[in-house]
Design a protein around this ligand. Structure first.
Ligand code: GDP
Ligand code: MG
Length: 730
């Protein structure tokens, strides 16, 4: 049988020494972090493979200077007991800092085996340590370990045993690293003197003692003086001289230089392929750290609101410019068509029916693209999943699910989305009931088509600050969605809520390609709506608002009036009367607008609007508003343009609705309470036609699609009436 091997466990505090000690010796000791718990060294016995070890748990130290009691105890043990091997337990996750002690152990010359402990944590952090390479560079055996589970301990002990056997009969071989041009020559000279004088050489290698003199190590100095007073004085003088020199030239002192060179040595070892990072695991570790802040109980929701508000701001700030371009383009297109086509039904159909209808939708494409781009960014980066995770707790109260967040946000939860892609986004919901509740409430959000209605009314009755007002309206939409969800989930779609089991993906930087695809998919659904359904609806609405037209006599009267003005205009032109010309032109325009209004009143749509007035009056809506809102059943985009026609203003540009809002503000039928009533109605009533089709598609039944139309309209009318009637009281 082989000789018993004495092993000293060294290492930084908290590197897992005690755990490792207990694991290999089977001793049952308390594993704790009380300072000084291991100052009295503990011993145990371990049998590993065919070797028996006497294991001594040294106090945890960061260094081998003489500053603390622990360091002195550890050093004394090593020098006096001369263990066969030191097993240095390192925290592998903080390799650089931990190797500082390794270097000092190696400088002392003691055979060192490295236990790269806490490897589990290091791996989770994405660190890859090339153990053979480390062994090669340091000349010490090493093993990756997890003291808590016992992984690698056997390997470590076998390697330690082999090292002890190999080095048993040799002198300790101290590692000699360079301390630079200032210290190296002095160190060499001092070491030579120490060697020749035999000072403490039975305990410490000569160069180590010389280093300690440079470090001004009290303990070694005392020993040195006792061993050889004269030599010690000489060494102290040399140390003082080099210290003075360093102070004068580099404004530093030997200990600092020594520490610098040790760290330099360590970092060169690590850089030579020992330490690398696994990018996947690193990303997960990075995500975990980021999540500690971003999904923090209190900080998380605050940050989330800031992020959403920033998205809101950016959308409206950035969106303004390209939206202007789109409007100018469709304005130009309309003007050109008017100029080219002869006056009459065809011109009216193309300009008022097609270009205005489709242009109204297309005008919002830039805004919608920007918001979808930002949503795609939040989604692709992994943040949206966190938003869902955080909001799950709140949504649960209302019978929704964390996964309901995306559909609601896409539908216009931040303002300016579109319910159609929003409804398709509800596919991630696994519970049918929660999905249904989400589908039915997503259309309450402020989609891009409702915005111009809100902007118009806010400008007419409340303030010019549309951002703030829209923010309030957005909050209102969320409140409505959550309350209705609660109502539906307590009545017709009652059932348990499902747990949030979504895996939070690691954060990643979205790729331009991914963003482009996601943005485009959703924007395309919106554009398709403009190209197909809205086109058809615009034509239908145009027809409903044009036919059957006014009576012959009425038309004749208008014709006569127009001819009369035209004649006067010719006369004024002949007389070159500028003022007269201007006033007559204005008059002609007014006649034309009045004629449009009268045509509308007499049209099918007008008759329907008038017929509905008896009911709609409860909510404050007159026949003109009724026509606009009926158009809104098809698509909310047509509300503002229809109001424009109804109020004899000709075509109204949704964004530059200043004239219409002045007109409405001045109209006796309108007041602030009518505006509130109309905002509520627009927010809540039947989803647009394309959304209804999408709901039918996603639920697989016309039942729910029709329910959504009916229920929402009844709810909207009730709320609008309540607001209007209560408004009358206050
Ligand atoms: P000592 O101060 O060096 O004696 O360290 P301890 O043995 O007291 O360990 C400090 C803490 O680290 C304890 O909570 C241990 O359970 C834990 N620990 C020890 N080794 C490992 C390991 O390999 N992996 C992990 N994850 N934790 C460890
Ligand atoms: Mg301990």
């Amino acid at each position: 049988m082989k000789q018993e091997i004495t092993i000293a466990l060294a290492g930084n505090p908290n590197s897992g020494k005690t755990t490792l000690f207990n694991a290999i010796t089977g001793a049952h000791q308390h594993v704790g972090n009380y300072p000084g718990i291991t100052v009295e060294h503990k011993e145990g016995r371990a049998v590993m493979g065919e070797r028996t070890f006497r294991v001594v748990d040294l106090p945890g130290t960061y260094s081998l200077t003489a500053y603390t009691q622990e360091e002195l105890v550890a050093r004394k043990f090593l020098a006096e007991e001369r263990p066969d091997c030191v097993v240095h337990v390192l925290n592998a996750g903080a390799l650089e800092r931990n190797l500082y002690l390794t270097v000092q152990l190696l400088e002392l010359g003691v055979p060192v085996a490295l236990g790269l402990n806490m490897m589990d944590e290091a791996e989770r952090e994405g660190m890859i340590i090339d153990v053979p390479r480390l062994e090669e560079l340091l000349g010490s055996p090493a093993a990756a370990t997890v003291a808590r589970t016992g992984r690698g301990l056997e390997t470590l002990m076998v390697k330690a045993g082999e090292l002890a056997d190999a080095r048993r009969d040799e002198r300790w071989k101290p590692l000699s690293i360079s301390y630079g041009p200032d210290l190296d020559p002095v160190l060499a000279a001092m070491a030579a003197k120490i060697e020749t004088g035999g000072m403490l050489t039975e305990r410490y290698p000569a160069r180590w003692t010389a280093l300690k003199y440079l470090e001004n190590d009290e303990s070694v100095l005392t020993r040195g003086r006792n061993a050889d007073g004269a030599l010690s004085l000489e060494l102290e003088a040399m140390a003082a001289q080099v210290a003075e020199h360093l102070q004068a030239t580099l404004n530093t002192y030997p200990e600092a230089v020594i520490a610098d060179y040790r760290y330099g040595f360590i970092s060169s070892v690590l850089k030579q392929g020992v330490l690398s990072r696994d990018t996947h695991a690193e990303r997960i570790a990075f995500s975990d750290r980021l999540d500690r802040v971003l999904t923090h109980r209190f900080l998380g929701p605050i940050l989330m609101l800031l992020v959403l508000y920033a998205v809101y701001q950016v959308t409206f700030t950035l969106g303004e410019v390209p939206m202007g371009w789109m409007e100018s383009f469709f304005g130009w297109l309309g003007d050109t068509a008017t100029a080219i086509l002869p006056e009459g039904l065809l011109q009216s159909l193309i300009v008022s029916g097609i270009i205005d209808g489709v242009g109204g939708v297309m005008g919002f494409v830039p805004l919608i693209m920007i918001i979808f781009l930002m949503i795609a960014f939040l989604e692709d980066s992994g943040y949206m999943a966190r938003v869902a995770y955080m909001l799950d707790r709140v949504f649960r109260i209302f019978g929704l699910h964390g996964c309901s967040v995306m559909p609601l946000i896409i539908s216009g939860g931040i303002s300016g989305g579109c319910a159609v892609p929003g409804i398709y986004a509800a596919r991630t919901l696994r519970s049918r009931r929660e999905k249904l509740a989400t589908l039915l409430t997503a259309p309450y959000m402020n989609c891009g088509a409702k915005l111009p209605v809100f902007i118009l009314l806010v400008a007419a009755f409340f303030s010019e600050d549309k951002t703030q007002a829209l923010f309030l309206i957005t909050l209102g939409a969320w409140t409505a969605a959550l309350l209705v969800a609660r109502l539906l989930r307590s009545t017709i779609i009652r059932g348990p809520s499902t747990p949030f089991v979504m895996e939070l993906p690691p954060y990643r930087l979205p790729t331009a390609r991914g963003l482009a695809i996601h943005t485009w998919e959703r924007t395309w659904q919106y554009i398709k709506k403009a190209g197909t359904v809205i086109l058809a609806i615009s034509v239908l609405l145009w027809a409903a608002m044009t036919f059957p037209g006014m009576t012959e006599e009425k038309a004749a009267a208008f014709d006569a009036r127009t001819a009369e003005i035209a004649a006067q205009l010719d006369a004024a032109r002949a007389a070159n009367n500028e003022a007269e010309i201007a006033s007559l032109q204005e008059m002609a325009e007014r006649v034309e607008f009045t004629r449009a209004e009268e045509t509308l009143r007499d049209s099918y749509a007008g008759r329907m609007g008038i017929a509905l007035e008896s009911v709609s009056r409860a909510a404050g809506f007159d026949w003109r508003t009724n026509i606009a809102l009926i158009g809104g059943f098809a698509a909310k985009e047509v509300i503002v343009s229809t109001l424009g026609t109804a109020y004899s203003l000709g075509d109204v540009d949704p964004e530059e609705s200043g004239a219409l809002s002045d007109r409405i503000a001045a109209d006796p039928h309108w007041s602030a309470r009518t505006a509130v009533s109309m905002i509520l109605f627009t927010m809540l009533y039947a989803p647009c036609f394309v959304s209804v089709v999408a709901i039918r598609h996603e639920t697989g039944s016309w039942g729910w699609a029709l329910f959504s139309m009916g229920f929402n309209t009844v709810l909207a009318f009730t709320m609008a009436t309540l607001a209007y009637q209560i408004g009358a009281l206050v």
